[in-house]
Design a protein around this ligand. Structure first.
Ligand code: MOS
Length: 698
């Protein structure tokens, strides 16, 4: 029996539920002391003085590090790759955003470090501050890229001409708000210097190798002198995808006190130091012929970034490829504000952009008087009209059919407000989901152990997605052995090099390398004579896989269809999601149990995006005021119905070695629109601003 596809339990499940899994900040290191980051109460300006006299009297204080005495970090503001971040590591007195690092205090316990940090008396010289995206929309400029590779603007056909002659139009503005990732495991780093020129970091990161490169760059060290270890990660969602200032501050503090230093962010600091999903303002125009055929589409996206670094929420990319339409224009603009740099947040671009696109389509369906599913089928893209390539595989029709059937969509009464259950308004909505299937170069090593079992080694990390488990399954099948005979070692730059665990690419990238390495080892084993095979010889295969050359001929995407029922209390404006059925076609399913968990996680996040999650920024101070999990609302059990997930197993020989498209992010992408569309169906009220809180419905 093959292992891939089976819903086997997570390899790390027991360690996690027993509390034995060692997260970065749990690592026992001899002689450890603790750092606390002191952040700015001012949103823009300069620190004019820091009085540390009281802080220095706190027992156990070892160092108060400010711009006056901090060692230089020569590469703090040098980016090598786009997802490197410009770091604020107390090199100068400038305050570029609220709650920016301005000092670091080191003490023998975390409590004393924090007490001393809070005892610093800081004087500021304020400058004018601008943090409102809406008020500064006109200041938008064209960014270098939208997303990792795409051009910010695109155009095919003649949008304006087609719009002028189209029978039916929808022209609307959609907005989404700031979200913070808030992983359960707070960001934490333990920095240990070996002399002055070698550094070991235990770090909560989605990418040990990118973290190594960034820290080596910051401190002007050769990368091989930096080792990053991350065996377990308690959620990433993008905010652990880049090495942020606190990682360098831990290393800086360790250098000053000449001892290993642990630095863990507070829940509040997560709101300013590790990125966020930026606000977006999205102008969408759709035009169609009377029969529903799309004639013209336009999607203009404005998002916020900092004044010193660039992150673009690439919300318009999905509009380029999701439907067949001859005349399509998209643009991305960024507005620089006195804010920290935003970053990737689960399905960056698709989660926000697909909300705008799929609500606009729903509006068009009502304008035309056609069923929303019919409208999507009518405009089904038989190939990627943006890249002008065939799909490597696409089973979206099957997704619509299966999900609609399970949901019972055919019983829908189309008129808004026409479905009731006692005093509650019942609404049904749907949306398409999609996410690119990415692959990056990756390396892996597979060894036969002395006891005859096998070890998979790759630097990659498991951010809770199931990497430990699926890599064992992939190797077991390639070796032709039971999965119990494969052990997986990951999360260490001492192991073969792999990419960041972001963009839903880990199975595709590292999984492909593991498969090929295991196949190579199997060949070596098969070539041995029976006596040699059992002999006590070490057997190793290590190799690097590049992006599958075949892929270049195709457009590679996962697709899905998401159907939602909501019940709205017309007196209170409260929206409850009461049913959610999603069907996904994302290539081969490697493990039905971990895959279902990923899809459901995305769907839950989609409920949060639609109804709850909203970081509020005070426009005078620039500070986030919803800074804990009491004020920042995420879906809890009471907000989430039983989630129904249909997983289509797609055969895709082109996408990569293992045929899996990536599943970590797609589950979120259709939910916000499906929910917003269901709310309209229930109430007749179209909310174009997320989250859909009760004030917008009353
Ligand atoms: Mo994910 S936003 O690609 O970490």
């Amino acid at each position: 029996m093959t292992s891939v596809g089976q819903g086997i339990d997570r390899a790390d499940a027991r360690a996690k539920v027993r509390g034995e899994a060692q997260y970065a900040a749990d690592t026992p290191v001899a002689g450890l002391v603790h750092a606390f980051v002191v952040t700015s109460a001012l949103g823009h300006g300069r620190v004019t003085a820091i009085d540390a006299s009281a802080a220095r009297t706190v027992p156990g204080v070892l160092a108060v590090i400010t711009p006056d005495n901090a060692p230089r970090v020569p590469g703090a503001t040098k980016k090598k790759v786009s997802f490197d971040r410009i770091l604020q590591v107390v090199q100068d007195a400038d305050v570029r955003y609220a709650d920016q690092p301005i000092a670091v205090v080191v003490a023998d316990t975390p409590e004393r470090a924090r007490a001393a940090g809070e005892a610093l008396v800081v004087s500021y010289a304020p400058s004018p501050i601008a943090v409102s995206l809406a008020q500064n929309e006109a200041a938008g400029r064209k960014p270098a890229k939208a997303g990792p590779r795409a051009e910010p603007d695109s155009s095919r056909g003649d949008f304006a001409g087609a719009l002028a002659s189209a029978a039916v139009k929808v022209e609307q503005t959609y907005t989404t708000s700031i979200q913070h990732h808030h992983p359960m495991e707070l960001h934490g780093t333990i920095a240990v210097w070996q002399g002055n020129d070698a550094l070991t970091l235990y770090d909560a990161t989605q990418g040990v190798f990118p973290c190594r490169e960034r820290l080596a760059g910051a401190f002007d060290l050769p990368p091989e002198k930096v080792r990053v270890i991350s065996h377990y990660v308690g959620g990433g969602f993008g905010c652990k995808g880049s090495a942020w200032s606190h990682v360098a501050l831990a290393a800086l503090a360790a250098r000053v006190v000449k001892r290993p230093v642990k630095l863990v962010l507070t829940r509040q600091q997560v709101c300013s130091l590790v990125g966020y999903r930026p606000r977006t303002i999205q102008h969408v125009t759709l035009a169609a012929a009377k029969d529903g055929q799309l004639r013209a589409m336009r999607h203009d996206v404005i998002s916020e970034t900092s004044r010193f670094d660039e992150f673009v929420e690439p919300s318009g990319l999905v509009t380029r490829m999701l439907y067949a339409c001859p005349n399509v224009t998209t643009t991305h603009r960024v507005v620089e504000l006195d804010v920290p740099t935003p970053t990737f947040t689960r399905a960056p671009g698709e989660a926000t952009g697909n909300f705008a696109l799929e609500v606009a389509l729903d509006e068009l369906a009502y304008e035309l008087g056609v069923d929303p599913v019919e409208l999507r089928l009518k405009n089904y893209a038989e190939h990627d009209e943006d890249e002008n390539k065939p799909w490597s595989s696409k089973s979206l029709r099957e997704c619509y059919r299966r999900a609609a059937e399970q949901f019972g969509w055919r019983h829908r009464r189309p008129l808004p407000g026409s479905q009731r259950e006692q005093h509650l308004l019942v609404g049904w909505g749907m949306a398409t989901a999609s996410y690119p299937a990415r692959q990056s170069a990756a390396s892996a090593r597979v060894k036969r152990d002395r006891d005859g079992n096998f070890v998979v080694q790759a630097g990659t990390q498991d951010i809770g997605t199931g990497t430990y488990t699926i890599l064992a399954q992939i190797a077991a099948d390639a070796l032709g052995v039971a999965v119990e005979r494969v052990r997986v070692e990951i999360g260490d730059t001492a192991l073969p090099e792999t990419p960041v665990s972001g963009g839903s690419q880990t199975a595709s990238s590292t999984g492909s390398a593991v498969k090929r390495a295991a196949e190579a080892l199997k060949q070596k084993l098969d070539a041995l004579s029976a006596s040699d095979r059992s002999a006590d010889t070490e057997l190793v295969a290590e190799l690097k896989t590049e992006e599958k050359p075949d892929r270049k001929r195709f457009s590679t995407h996962g697709f899905g269809a998401q159907f939602v029922e909501v019940k709205v209390d017309p007196d209170l404006g409260v929206v409850r999601v009461t049913r959610a059925v999603s069907a996904f076609a994302t290539g081969k399913i490697l493990n039905v149990k971990t895959a279902r968990s990923q899809f459901m996680g995305g769907m839950v996040w989609g409920i949060g995006l639609a109804l709850l999650e909203h970081s509020r920024r005070d426009e005078r101070s620039g500070r986030i005021v919803t800074r804990d999990l009491a004020d920042y609302h995420v879906p809890v059990n009471a907000d989430v119905p039983e989630l129904e997930v249909i997983m289509l197993n797609e055969l895709d020989p082109h996408v990569n070695e293992i045929g899996a498209k990536g599943i970590g992010e797609i589950g979120i992408t259709g939910m916000p629109a499906a929910i917003a569309n269901a709310v309209y169906h229930a109430t007749g009220k179209r909310v174009r601003e997320l989250p859909i809180t009760l004030d917008k419905l009353l």
